[in-house]
Design a binder for this molecule. Structure first.
Ligand code: NAD
Length: 306
């Protein structure tokens, strides 16, 4: 089979070498397309491929149309909102993610972001400590649970909510269950967002929730920019000069936010949550193994368009 690795933002070189080794040993042919300019290049490269490994690259209906022999797409990472699942299903293409493989990298970033804001973006202004503060975790999945464990080790009190997890599972994971989302936001000094971007979650965090946060609170977003109602967040930050926002995914109105709120807001220049050598390696190798297994045994354990 021909497997295409298509990454506008490439994997670390060691991860590429590891992926190639796994696929070649299983008898597959590997093609690499890195830092490509746009969809046309991707369409040309995927035309004769049977499998595709991507990172945040967009796999649209047009890309799928251009790949008649494609059987499987693996998104090396957790979120799969960059793949058109309905189009993939219509084309008979299996889509998988690699859950858990980059969670630690994202969790470490979320903790770093809390400290960065607590210490006023590493300026000499008097900051605060995260020890003794309450952290609310919105969605207690792979990343959320790790953030909770790390925060607890740093002396924070941890609360969490997840609509798909019963309270016992949240307690088992070491956090106190919040009554509802409004309770989480109104009772926590920090709220860290770990929900996926779905039709239900897009634009779901805005004025109501943010303006209900306690004095001096900080909202941390390492999930997706789409889950924020940017106008609502802007209004809340405008009305409450004590609130702060830090995000791994720059909002569309970031320039206006910087101008209005200065050191109270920060966005990473490029999405970097999963950008560690370890996460690249873990997610890349998992993607390669899942493809080998799929062609060898038909294993669809990590399929997300079932
Ligand atoms: P996960 O699938 O392990 O956990 C997601 C959690 O969200 C689950 O516990 C699930 O029950 C919950 N959930 C699902 N639908 C929901 C809904 N409609 N409302 C509320 N909660 C819902 O995923 P993860 O590995 O913890 O990653 C979480 C998100 O973080 C990903 O979806 C992705 O968008 C984002 N992410 C960002 C980066 C980055 O580079 N910044 C890297 C990895 C993941």
């Amino acid at each position: 089979m021909k497997i295409l690795i298509a990454t506008q933002k490439p994997f670390a070189a060691a991860a590429v070498a590891g992926i190639k080794e796994i696929l070649s040993k299983a008898g597959h042919e590997v093609a690499l397309l890195e830092k490509y300019a746009g969809e046309d290049e991707l369409k040309a490269a995927v035309a004769d491929a049977q499998a595709l490994i991507v990172r945040s690259d967009k796999v649209t209906a047009t890309v799928l149309d251009a790949a008649p022999g494609l059987k499987i797409v693996v998104r090396a990472g957790a979120g799969f909102d960059n793949v058109d699942l309905a189009a993939a299903t219509a084309h008979g293409v299996v889509v998988m993610n690699t859950p858990g493989q980059n969670s630690n990298a994202v969790a470490e970033l979320a903790i770093a972001m809390m400290i960065y804001m607590a210490r006023t973006q590493f300026t000499p202004a008097t900051g605060s400590e995260i020890q003794g503060k309450t952290l609310g975790i919105q969605a207690f999945g792979n990343v959320g649970r790790l953030v909770g464990a790390k925060a607890e080790a740093l002396g924070m009190k941890v609360k969490a909510i997840d609509p798909f997890l019963p309270a016992e599972k949240i307690i088992e994971g070491g956090a106190e269950p919040a009554k509802d989302l409004a309770d989480l936001y109104s009772s926590c000094d920090y709220v860290s967002i770990h929900i996926p971007a779905t039709p239900e979650t897009i634009g779901s965090i805005g004025y109501e929730l943010v303006s209900g946060m306690p004095k001096g609170a900080t909202l941390v977003n390492t999930a997706r920019k789409e889950v924020i109602d940017e106008a609502g967040l802007f209004r809340a930050l405008q009305e409450r000069p004590d609130l702060k926002y830090i995000t791994d995914v720059a909002p569309d109105n970031y320039a206006a936010m910087q101008e209005a709120f200065g050191l109270r807001v920060f966005a990473t220049p490029k999405k970097m949550g999963a950008q560690t050598a370890e996460a690249n390696m873990n997610a890349g190798l998992a993607a390669a193994r899942q493809i080998v297994d799929y062609f060898a045994t038909g294993n669809t354990r990590f399929q997300v368009n079932k």
